[in-house]
Design a protein around this ligand. Structure first.
Ligand SMILES: Cc1ncc(C[n+]2csc(CCOP(=O)(O)OP(=O)(O)O)c2C)c(N)n1
Ligand SMILES: [Mg+2]
Length: 325
């Protein structure tokens, strides 16, 4: 699994077409997760990231596999982008032995350290101090690796956000704080919970750079994360990136997101990250319209196949539960 994850990671680092394919794969897999959940094949709860694919892929392109990434329970996209296969992700989500950690973690705890993915976390903001810790490791060991924490807009109102960033700023830790602002924390729109327009402005209070990034444009996400990584590798300390995006689905499970203002979803669908990047690759002569169709069909086939294999695989047994204790 590890070498396959690394190969998949290398693919998006070196090829723009592969970046497009990976975003499509994420979209198709997330749609499949919702369907599998509805069929009762995913237990507990699950949080999907349709609409936010450019953030996941952008971060994975800009970082190296030796860098550390912490992310949230909405982490299927980040895991696929970093290199995990559809089978290891779907297997984990379905609680199967073929999953990335043998099915004991499920949807909210994907992990593959061969590509730098720490166990994803269900506690809002929890990855922020952990990423600062991973960055401290790199600093103490004298490597030029960096750490990144991907967290939501809601996490910017959590104590760990302030503690983690403050510590990283004062010690100039090589870490990138990536706030994936999808405009909602559970069922509340950001304007109802947060009194400022741009969360990146909070960087001022830590005396670090803060930048608002258009999360619907993959190339802009890659550029911003690359710049922050360069800064961190050069010993200049952390950066706060606020990547503005939108989650097309509800918060979790069967949430239909009826609380959204009318027309808001359509506005964001008009700037879909997959369509924007696909059109750019067509304009660059790297893709044809026919290939766009083929890529969608191939992704659907691969995800359906992975789902079928996962479904036929054994569930995590009692022994697995104690294996890493
Ligand atoms: C410390 C903590 N408080 C509350 C919760 C319940 N909770 C789960 S998800 C969530 C919303 C977080 O929103 P955001 O950070 O914007 O991430 P998103 O779900 O939009 O990706 C909350 C409040 C939690 N898991 N952890
Ligand atoms: Mg949010």
């Amino acid at each position: 699994m590890s070498s396959e994850s690394l190969e998949r990671r290398e693919a998006i680092r070196s090829s723009r077409r592969a970046r497009y394919e990976r975003m499509v794969e994420i979209r198709v897999l997330e749609d499949a997760v919702r369907a599998l959940f509805a069929e009762g094949l995913v237990r507990g709860t699950t949080h999907t990231c349709q609409g936010q694919e450019a953030v996941s892929v952008g971060v994975a392109v800009a970082l190296r596999p030796t860098d550390t990434v912490c992310c949230t329970y909405r982490g299927h996209g980040a895991a696929l982008a970093l290199g995990l296969t559809p089978l290891s992700v779907l297997g984990e989500i379905m609680g199967k032995e073929v999953g990335s950690i043998g099915g004991v973690g499920g949807s909210m705890h994907l992990c593959d350290t061969s590509v730098g993915l720490m166990p994803t976390m269900a506690i809002v903001g929890a990855g922020i101090p952990v990423a600062a810790g991973a960055a401290l490791t790199a600093q103490v060991r004298g490597t030029d690796d960096v750490a990144a924490s991907i967290f939501g807009d809601g996490a910017a109102n959590i104590g760990a956000f302030h503690e983690g960033i403050n510590l990283a700023a004062i010690w100039k830790l090589p870490v990138i704080f990536i706030c994936e602002n999808n405009h909602y924390g559970e069922y509340s729109r950001i304007n109802l919970t947060t009194p400022i327009e741009n969360l990146a402005d909070r960087a001022i209070s830590f005396n670090i750079p803060g930048e608002v990034v258009d999360g619907q444009d993959l190339d802009l996400v890659v550029d911003a994360v690359e710049r922050a990584a360069l800064r961190a590798r050069a010993g200049e300390g952390p950066t706060l990136l606020e990547i503005k995006t939108y989650r097309y689905s509800g918060h979790s499970r069967s949430d239909t997101a009826a609380y959204r203002p009318e027309g808001e979803l359509d506005e964001w669908l008009n700037r879909d990250p997959i369509n924007i990047f696909g059109a750019r690759l067509v304009a660059e002569g790297l893709l044809t319209e026919a290939e766009i169709e083929e890529i969608a069909a191939d992704a659907q086939r691969a995800v359906d196949e992975a789902a079928a294999v996962a479904q036929d695989s054994p569930s995590a047994g009692i022994a697995t539960m104690f294996a890493n204790v």
